[in-house]
Design a protein around this ligand. Sequence first.
Ligand code: ZN
Length: 169
Amino acid sequence: MAVLQILQEPNPILRMKSKDVEKVDHKLQTLMNEMLETMYQAPGIGLAAPQVGVLKRVIVIDLSKDEEKKNPLFFVNPKVVWKSEDIVSREEGCLSIPGHFAEVRRPNKCKVEYLDYHGKMKLLDAENLLATCIQHEIDHCNGVLFIDYLSKLKKDIIIKKLIKANREN
Ligand code: ZN
């Protein structure tokens, strides 16, 4: 299984809007498997296709902590169809923004419509960390990163640090 390269901010691909997937076929499943493997290896709890340079609305998530019992979730063309009014602040990080974390405010619950690994239409009620994670990953499909929710000053500092770190590596 190939491990893919994760793009880092500031990379213009991360700012592009992804397209809907037309068909969940074997090729797309291979991409999902590779994304999952890449996410596990990073390690991270969520990954969106644009982060590996593929502009498709596909995300993978696994919030399980136990190594033995993995619980991968695959979302194709995910769409938030409902958001709760209660907003929570949670610390977020991102594999495309390594080493930086910040509090982001988002709805604590949401309902998501999507196609699963087999292309079957599903509706999921998500709350807490899962809701945060889904919203964070869907943002990636729209070219949005969590640092976009911060003040311009904080965002600029993080981007400058990332550029500096990339230059040194
Ligand atoms: Zn991210």
